[in-house]
Design a protein around this ligand. Structure first.
Ligand SMILES: [Zn+2]
Length: 252
């Protein structure tokens, strides 16, 4: 019994510690980020498939909205791997709406150049030129996308990163346009939900977004729009995923 008591006490102290660190970090980070990211920016979230925005980027989308960014979304495929492209396009629009991105700010590219298929390498220059056109057309000054690992290592995620990286390193992005990439974490950290917060605080390079419980509910509502994808393992993902609660990002 004594051991159980001690364990309970340790758990309570740990929980209190997390909450204290979270609260103070939120205050500190929100001030830093306001300066770093500026208000009123036009941000573009670039993803490969419908559901990437809710599964991986919900904290970023909601965090940027808090900083008064105007967020739009560019999705490079309709997610047609199982011939569900038409359904998935509608689900993406609904999910974006829940996250505060209106249908008029969502662009879904649905063509043969960029199939939803981990076995197909998308042409980096082709992705880059479509993306650049979109950035210039919409006066974008902040691009947000995957990092080189692409969260899950999916080659379509990595292809989007490679294109942004190319535009950035070749100096082809418009002046004043920055790029933020989502830091991928290892599989252990991926599924420990908010318990990852201390690691995120230590390992975040530039920008950290942590959702409040109300915002987590909003992210879950967005994910539930992707009805065609809600298989049992994705329901578990929603319960335990750190990415639906915390996003760490770094500038290129
Ligand atoms: Zn994806």
């Amino acid at each position: 019994m004594e051991v159980v008591g001690l364990l309970c006490l340790a758990a309570a102290v740990l929980a209190w510690g997390f909450l204290w660190v979270w609260d103070s970090s939120e205050r500190m980070k929100s001030q830093e980020q306001a300066g770093l990211l500026g208000g009123g920016s036009r941000s573009l979230l670039v993803i490969a498939h419908p559901d990437d925005e809710a599964m991986f980027f919900a904290p970023t989308v909601l965090g940027l909205a808090r900083l008064r960014h105007r967020v739009s979304l560019l999705c490079f495929s309709a997610g047609n791997y199982y011939n569900q492209g038409e359904i998935r396009k509608k689900e993406l629009l609904q999910s974006c709406d829940v996250l505060g991105i209106p249908p008029s700010s969502v662009r879904i590219i649905d063509n043969r150049d960029f199939p939803d298929d981990p076995g197909v390498q998308w042409d980096t220059q082709r992705v880059a030129s479509v993306l650049l056109w979109h950035i210039e057309e919409n006066g974008i000054n902040l691009v947000v996308t995957f990092d080189a690992v692409g969260v899950s290592g999916h080659s379509n995620h990595v292809a989007v990163y490679a294109a942004v990286r190319t535009l950035h390193s070749e100096g082809r992005l418009p002046k004043g346009c920055s790029v933020l990439t989502l830091q991928s974490v290892n599989v252990l950290r991926k599924y420990i939900s908010l318990l990852d917060l201390p690691f995120s605080l230590l390992r975040t390079r530039d920008v950290l977004f942590v959702l409040t419980s109300k915002e987590v509910a909003q992210a879950k509502r967005a994910m539930s729009c992707h009805r065609s994808q809600l298989l049992w393992f994705r329901r578990l993902y929603v319960l335990f995923s750190r990415y639906m609660r915390i996003n760490s990002l770094q500038f290129l």
